[in-house]
Design a protein around this ligand. Structure first.
Ligand code: ATP
Ligand code: MG
Length: 366
């Protein structure tokens, strides 16, 4: 038996800056792989997204959809291009189909401040910002995406759907993440963010939250209405640990979180289900800066680090967790030493320079 475990990674660069940051990300992963032992990542590339749709009229080939479902993990850049839409006028979104069909219910979106990133808030405590948004990603207010009802020229309707099985698994994930963070000095608190005062569906969501909380007594719980949560994230974001919420609230709050720590280029994401994991930055394809070498690739790299950590736990391969730490530490060191300075928040480094700095740090002898 070989001592090296081979893991197949489905690579979907996608559109816009997705292609640029994915190419950089694979260079980073190959460099890390050369420094560590015990695993081998094999990259299988798939063309999926708006570019493919424009050329061929399909956003994802059926055989590709089947193949990525068999991969050990999926690494995605970003999808969508301006002006390219389905016939019904909605955005090209094969990634939403992937989320739905693979049951990727838990979107894990860390929001962490790195040293020397310009602070959005004057308070010195903004250096302590370190929380994670857990966004339900298959139902909630996105449930009817693309299938909303246009009644007539005067009215349109969408559905808010909350189900017990998905909510239970979502909350269990939140408690697990809080427990993992607690072992690394986290607060061990989960805040349920909803609008239970207005919507019965959210009162149901909170009821299920309380049931799962009772099974996780080592973790503290809190509640916040989403509007108050938005206020609190500007007033005292350093007080939060794990925030769990419905799909659309999570979409909005995680962008707010990205803004607090520099921008969307600092916002990684893991989309997890029972059997699959997809890792992608929380941002879109940023067509306004594509092809200009201006994108901040760190959200992509940090998403890849989340992939390595997830694979480590799933396959019991500690070297993968070491590889994830190497990457996290390199990003931290890059900022702490002032060598990383992305244009996204006023620095002088475009994507190529950011990547080169990280490669330099990763190639420095231990
Ligand atoms: P989506 O619908 O997929 O969330 P979006 O329409 O919200 O996409 P994004 O593509 O996320 O839009 O871009 C929002 C803004 O953030 C744009 O101004 C974009 O240039 C900027 N942005 C996004 N990602 C990055 C990045 N990695 N580096 C620098 N700027 C970025
Ligand atoms: Mg967005």
């Amino acid at each position: 038996m070989s001592l090296t475990s081979e893991l197949r990674i489905a690579v979907i660069p996608g559109d816009g800056i997705g292609q640029e940051i994915m190419a950089a990300c694979l260079t980073i992963l190959e460099t890390i792989q050369n420094r560590t032992q015990g695993f081998k990542l094999v990259f299988d590339h798939y063309e999926i997204g708006a570019g493919l749709y424009q050329r061929t009229g399909v956003d994802m080939r059926d055989e590709d959809f089947k193949a990525i479902g068999k991969a050990d993990a999926i690494l995605l850049g970003s999808i969508g291009l301006p002006g390219i839409r389905y016939e019904d006028g909605t955005e090209i979104s094969p990634h939403l189909r992937i989320r739905d069909e693979f049951g990727l219910y838990a979107g894990i979106r860390p929001v962490k401040y790195y040293p020397n990133v310009p602070r959005r808030l004057l308070d010195d405590r903004s250096a302590l910002i370190d929380f994670v948004v857990i966004r339900e990603s298959t139902e909630g207010l996105f449930y009817t995406h693309g299938r909303g009802e246009i009644i007539d020229d005067l009215e349109a309707r969408e559905t808010l759907r909350i189900t017990r099985p998905v909510s239970e698994k979502l909350f269990d994930t939140a408690f697990k993440v809080a427990r993992q963070r607690k072992t690394r000095g986290g607060k061990g608190t989960v805040t349920c963010v909803d609008k239970a005062n207005v919507f019965r569906a959210f009162a149901f969501f909170r009821k299920i939250f309380n049931e799962r909380a009772a099974l996780n007594p080592d973790i503290q719980v809190n509640y916040n209405y989403v509007d108050a949560q938005a206020l609190d994230l500007i007033r005292r974001p350093w007080d939060f640990d794990v925030l769990v919420m419905e799909n659309m609230f999570g979409d909005i709050i995680s962008d707010l979180g990205g803004g607090l720590v520099g921008g969307m280029g600092m916002a990684p994401c893991a989309e997890l289900g029972d059997h699959h994991g997809l890792f992608q930055p929380a941002h879109g394809s940023a067509p306004d800066i594509m092809g200009q070498d201006k994108a901040n690739p760190l959200a992509m790299f940090l998403s890849a680090a989340m992939m390595l950590d997830w694979l480590a736990e799933r396959h019991g391969i500690p070297q993968l967790a070491e590889a994830a730490s190497l990457l996290h530490d390199a990003v931290y060191e890059g900022f702490e030493s002032g060598r990383l300075s992305p244009m996204e928040f006023g620095g002088h480094q475009g994507m190529t320079d950011c990547t080169r700095t990280l490669l330099d740090i990763l190639q420095t002898p231990l």
